[in-house]
Design a protein around this ligand. Structure first.
Ligand code: GAL
Length: 423
């Protein structure tokens, strides 16, 4: 799959809308070549997945300068990135999601990857749902490395057995009764952290479970006021609020991976979290079906609320190393290795599920099924459903509803008002 470095460089030279700083002949020597990569993959599973990409580049003579900015969901990373770009010190590449990519592209801040995309056949190899975010006015501006989704539940098998739960809950009623059993058996029923993006991640699955995919789309993607301020949305908030009683008292500032650790270690029964949690189970050497269970949020099997991590690229001197990185990110072989560790599905179509564990294979199969059925939809919590300003207003409302500061009826009305105010 590898193309020679000269071809990348020529393609990248053509790709650049900006003046090339150095003549084509002056390809930086291997020792000088470096990429600086800004991301928020600081949890164990995330960092070891990224190592796969780093290893590949190092083997090609490209040094890796890691710029990790902790904080799930990436809000802090985006703040740091903005500051660096504004002070004319951009990294080579940055991890980015959905509507943020659109915003940065609209500002003209991202490198045009179109020639590389053309020669790599990306248009045929990347699902259309992702292309909608990775392209801007017909130009490729982002290289997607994975597809995650938010409507998952993770469970510790031994804890469930101790609580007398012998099969995964298939609907919401069964889920609540299992949470009760886990509590009675003396475990934390639901591991969670109070950061608003984590509560919003749970809420994605709840809305989908209550109203089904058509409702999710009308409410959280199309922002129809009648869907946002509706009986189904009030029910969603009632269910969200009910979950609060299953979370322990220490939850306020807990990071998502610490919550996953509670399930891995057998202190908690369940966690509702995207499949980056699978990366943590992988990292801890746990085996699906034996040590833990992965299931779609009860009532949502058949639908997938996705988010895809993509890399965007900035105007830096070392274009050859940058082009190398683009090519590696879009290599099926690198994506297979990266995603097996990360817990996500490859962003490239047709990468074999061989070597993925049962949960990884399920992610790949569910994604393909939802794509065929038209039930593959952007995740609100991860920036793939609505623009950042609305997303963050929603985060705030959802977090306050979870804590009981506002009623389900107030929360539903506030969602509609927030969407109206920003449209
Ligand atoms: C998501 C990202 C995932 C994972 C998660 C927690 O936004 O898409 O790859 O890193 O945050 O950090």
């Amino acid at each position: 799959m590898k193309r020679p470095i000269r071809a990348f460089f020529i393609a990248f030279f053509n790709a650049s809308a900006l003046a090339l700083v150095q003549p084509l002949a002056v390809v930086p020597d291997a020792a000088a070549a470096e990429v600086q990569v800004l991301h928020w993959w600081t949890a164990g599973g995330e960092a070891s997945a990224l190592k796969e990409l780093e290893r590949t580049l190092r083997a090609q003579g490209v040094q890796w300068r890691d710029v990790p900015i902790a904080g799930g969901g990436g809000a802090q990373a985006m703040t740091t990135l903005r500051a660096r770009v504004l002070s004319a010190d951009p990294p080579t590449a940055a991890q980015m999601l959905g509507f943020d990519i659109r915003d940065w592209a609209a500002q003209g801040a991202l490198q045009d990857l179109t020639p590389l995309a053309r020669s790599g056949g990306w248009a045929q190899r990347v699902p259309k749902a992702l292309q909608a975010f990775d392209t801007d006015r017909g130009r490729w501006v982002a290289a997607p490395i994975d597809v995650h989704s938010s409507n998952w539940v993770w469970a510790n098998k031994a804890v469930l057995e101790r609580a007398g739960v012998h099969r995964a809950p298939g609907d919401w009623g069964a889920f609540i009764s299992d949470l009760d059993k886990v509590r009675k058996a003396g475990f934390v029923p639901l591991a969670a952290g109070g950061q608003p993006w984590q509560i919003a991640t749970m809420f994605d699955g709840i809305v989908l479970s209550v109203g089904g995919p058509a409702f999710y789309r009308r409410a959280l993607i199309e922002l129809q006021p009648a869907a946002l301020d509706s009986a189904a949305m009030r029910t969603s908030f009632t269910r969200l609020r009910a979950l609060r009683s299953y979370v322990d008292g220490e939850y306020a500032n807990r990071d998502w991976n610490v919550a996953t650790g509670m399930v891995i270690d057998g202190r908690a029964g369940f966690q509702m979290m995207g499949d980056w949690a699978l990366g943590e189970f992988n990292h801890a050497g746990r085996v699906p079906g034996k040590d833990y269970l992965c299931l779609r949020t009860p009532g949502t099997q058949g639908s997938v609320t996705f988010n895809s991590d993509a890399f965007v690229f900035f105007d830096v001197k070392d274009r050859a190393a940058q082009a190398r990185m683009v090519d590696d990110v879009m290599s099926p072989e690198v994506q297979a290795r990266f995603n097996r560790v990360k817990g996500s599905a490859p962003a490239l179509l047709g990468v074999s599920p061989a070597g993925f564990n049962a949960c990884g294979a399920k992610a790949i199969a569910d994604l393909a099924e939802a794509d065929r059925a038209g039930t593959l939809m952007g995740s609100m919590s991860q920036g793939y459903a609505v623009p950042p300003a609305i997303q963050h207003a929603f985060y705030d409302i959802i977090a306050r509803a979870f804590d009981g500061e506002i009623t389900p009826a107030q929360a539903a009305a506030q969602l509609a008002a927030a969407a109206r105010a920003r449209y």
